[in-house]
Design a protein around this ligand. Structure first.
Ligand SMILES: [Ca+2]
Length: 457
């Protein structure tokens, strides 16, 4: 019965009223910055209030094992735009990264912008007749690499900055005019998205809405901050009122977008994807990703596991939950598939379309997913690589070349390192990781001649 229903829904999706060919699907991709895995009501938070995102999850599909391509911002964004792993792009750290001249390893000479030669998802969709916009944080290079050079018709607020000087106008963002004094950035970006939807309702559109929230500096509307300050429980590691207010500003954004889709009567032809670019920041008690280990800037699950909710009207089963691991590069072929497009030959896409998961018609073909971060980060990472295959995750730490092996099904918090108990499994995964690095041409760090054990690392 379910399969029949799905089939009918998919057929219905191909034809509009009266049997006329339906308009192409609109795509709204909301990327939150630094939102952690448990930072939503639907992901178990007892503190943050996210009714609109929770409703999106209830009406669509929620992924419990979605991953960002990197533990920091820029590489994930590059992977989203290209469908390639950061390792293949050599864009492996947040731009411009930390410099630790005395560390044990010297980081490779990595790519600090997204090259114009890459065919971005915006370029691919625009070529197929989509109106395209990037409204929010870009963080993929200087002005010659801004979104309007990478396939978007409208760039608002996208620049080389990784965070806004202020969430209140005046913003200090070179590609966004200031609003009335005190206007809030998440609201303004949403206003701009609604305007773009109105102006382009007759065409298929792709709106990339990478909110600056919930990245630092933590700032919120005073009344919202006050609400969470009253509610904060010292026993709950999620208790930062300003951070909660930032999350609420993103939730408001989702609510307003959905209301506008209803008003414009295009909700049934618009796919909404909601996710984050890396795990939650736990430094200075910003948030907690428990039960996951650590947070942004670390090699553990807290650094890379992220929320993901997708509503594809008439196709995703309401309230469905998917536990298959998916990762940022998968969005590129998925978005192309939604627009009934395919990557060009020889484009070197690493991701795989997750349409079979969304339609519940089959598994993914690939066996494993990978990370490569030849850098240092205050979140805890030293240069490392990692592979996840099935329930297994292996982390290779380049400084001393030790490996750690975890069974994420039994041990999602990565407490019990099984590498010495299961040396064959560890060796097999490590060999796969090494082979993958070779395949994508990953850059490795090298011994640092200026290494000083007292000052490095
Ligand atoms: Ca980020």
């Amino acid at each position: 019965m379910r399969f029949l229903g799905l089939l009918l829904a998919m057929v219905a999706g191909l034809t509009g009223a009266g049997g006329a060919p339906a308009a192409k699907l609109n795509i709204i991709f909301v990327l939150t910055d630094d939102l952690g895995w448990t930072d939503l009501g639907c992901q178990g938070s007892q503190f943050y209030e996210t009714p609109n995102i929770d409703r999106l999850a209830r009406e669509g599909m929620r992924f419990t094992q979605a991953y960002s391509a990197c533990t920091v911002c820029s590489p994930t964004r590059a992977a989203l735009m290209t469908g390639k792993y950061p390792a293949r792009l050599h864009l492996t750290d947040w731009i411009a990264g930390h410099v630790l001249p005395k560390a044990k390893l010297k980081v490779p000479d990595w790519q600090m912008h997204l090259p114009l030669a890459e065919r971005t998802i915006a370029e691919a969709l625009r070529a197929a007749g989509y109106a395209t916009a990037s409204i929010g944080k870009w963080h993929l290079g200087g002005s010659e690499f801004y979104p309007d050079r990478q396939g978007v018709d409208v760039n608002l607020a996208g620049c080389d900055r990784g965070q806004p000087p202020s969430y209140f106008s005046p913003y200090g963002i070179p590609t966004l005019s200031d609003g009335p004094k005190g206007e809030f950035l998440s609201d303004r970006l949403t206003d701009e998205a609604l305007k773009f939807m109105e102006q382009n309702r007759a065409k298929p559109f792709f709106i990339y809405l990478p909110h600056y929230a919930v990245h630092t500096p933590l700032m919120g509307k005073p009344e919202v901050v006050a609400k969470y300050a009253r509610k904060a429980d010292p026993q709950n590691p999620q208790r930062n009122a300003k951070y909660a207010a930032l999350i609420e500003s993103v939730d408001d954004s989702i609510g307003r977008i959905r209301q506008k889709l209803d008003e414009l009567q295009i909700a049934d032809q618009t796919v909404i994807i909601f996710t984050s670019d890396n795990g939650g920041l736990i430094l200075n008690n910003v948030t907690s990703n428990l039960p996951l280990r650590a947070g942004k800037g670390s090699q553990y699950e807290g650094g890379v596991r992220v929320p993901l909710c997708i509503k594809w009207p008439g196709v995703t089963q309401p309230g469905s939950v998917c536990d298959v691991p998916v990762i940022t590069p998968d969005f590129y072929p998925t978005l192309l598939a939604l627009a009934k497009l395919k990557p060009a030959k020889g484009q070197g896409i690493d991701g795989e379309s997750i349409v079979p998961l969304l339609t519940q018609t089959g598994p993914l073909r690939r066996a494993a997913i990978y990370w490569h971060y030849p850098h240092y980060h205050p979140g805890g990472a030293t240069p490392y690589g990692a592979i996840r295959e099935g329930d297994w995750k292996l982390i290779e730490v380049f400084e001393d070349q030790h490996v750690e092996l975890y069974n994420l099904k039994d041990d999602p918090g990565e407490r019990a390192d099984l590498a010495s108990r299961l040396p064959k499994k560890a060796a097999q995964l490590r060999a796969q990781l090494v082979a993958w690095r070779k395949k994508v041409g990953a850059q490795m760090p090298s011994p640092n001649p200026d290494y000083n054990p007292q000052r490095g690392g």
